[in-house]
Design a protein around this ligand. Structure first.
Ligand SMILES: NC(=O)c1ccc[n+]([C@@H]2O[C@H](COP(=O)([O-])OP(=O)(O)OC[C@H]3O[C@@H](n4cnc5c(N)ncnc54)[C@H](OP(=O)(O)O)[C@@H]3O)[C@@H](O)[C@H]2O)c1
Length: 295
């Protein structure tokens, strides 16, 4: 028998047990009510017809009336127990509450783990700064299918994403492939532009030309956070050596020809997320996500 069928069987057994329990409770209440009717009538006959204990009067009422009233209250209490307490606060309710509490606890533990991991990461990253001297960061924007460009152009325009890119990379080294460089009108201002190409004769204004990613990183070794800004070929090379990914996930599916590599959850952990809704300036929902490489 597989796990799912044994789970269904277990659920059916519990359901059946619960139904039987409810029937027992209702039957008991019914018998209680019948006994109550029978004995109350009997007591009234003794008291009022046969005049037994006629002199026993408390607060204007005869003893049989008092027994009747107290019993009425007990019957009501019993009915409340069956139809309200057991129905709404029964085993099922207790189970649900326990499950809710457990879910809360699990979420809390996950939060704590995440915080703990981030703190450990920050500490280990700051230690790494001394040995490795910098935090190599990939920065990219990709759609739901990891598309990043088409015919050597960006596909979307999201002004807040541009601002995000500018704020993060300002005054840093930006490392890119020759094709990405040529997709831009000119070198990015206020940044040290490093362009990777196999063409040793390649020249352009305001850029440093290198022949490999390693050479690019060597040139940016004094920068605490050099950025690898694309495109697809260079991202692929950089995934092995990068420490962080600043990804803008654009929540849409585009037609494209260049892709961002898959982010392996075994190697990367999401440490920050900032969601943005589409508005007059932005045609799509998008999310800034930071991933740090697991140690
Ligand atoms: N959405 C985003 O965040 C984002 C960011 C950047 C770019 N993009 C898009 O990505 C596309 C461009 O990406 P791409 O993959 O086509 O090109 P790319 O990665 O920008 O550049 C590829 C070029 O880099 C050089 N190169 C690659 N590997 C090399 C190596 N191992 N050693 C030396 N040189 C090497 C080669 O230049 P040579 O041919 O000169 O030798 C190669 O043609 C465009 O559509 C662009 O708009 C998107």
């Amino acid at each position: 028998m597989d796990k799912s069928s044994s789970k269904i069987d277990q659920e059916q057994i519990e359901f059946l047990e619960n139904a039987q329990k409810r029937i027992r409770q209702k039957k008991l209440l019914y018998y209680h009510f019948i006994i109550f009717l029978f004995f109350s009538s009997f007591l009234f006959v003794l008291n009022f017809l046969l005049k037994i204990g006629n002199e026993l009067i408390f607060l204007k009422y005869s003893w049989s009336v008092w027994i009747f009233l107290v019993w009425c209250f007990l019957i009501l209490f019993h009915a409340f127990d069956v139809y309200v307490t057991n129905r709404f606060l029964g085993k099922k309710w207790q189970k649900k509450q326990t499950r809710l509490l457990m879910e809360l606890q699990i979420n809390k533990i996950l939060e704590l783990k995440k915080e703990h991991y981030s703190e450990a990461e920050v500490i280990s990253k700051s230690e790494t700064f001394y040995s490795k001297s910098n935090l190599i960061t990939i920065i990219a924007a990709a759609d739901e299918n990891n598309v990043i460009g088409k015919e050597n152009k960006l596909i979307w325009h999201l002004s807040d994403d541009l601002k995000h890119f500018k704020n993060l990379t300002k005054d840093h080294h930006v490392i890119m492939g020759r094709k990405t460089f040529e997709s831009m009108p000119k070198a990015l201002p206020n940044r040290t532009n490093i362009v990777i190409t196999r063409n040793s004769d390649y020249v352009a204004d305001n850029i440093t030309v290198v022949s490999s990613l390693n050479e690019a990183l060597e040139k940016s070794k004094n920068d605490k956070q050099p950025f690898i800004i694309g495109g697809g070929e260079i991202y692929k090379l950089a995934m092995q050596i990068a420490d962080r990914i600043e990804l803008t996930r654009v929540h849409h599916e585009f037609d494209g020809d260049t892709y961002f590599p898959q982010i392996d959850p075994e190697k990367w952990i999401e440490v920050k997320r900032d969601q943005r809704k589409k508005d007059l300036k932005h045609n799509y929902d998008f999310t800034f996500i930071r991933y740090d490489k697991k140690q």
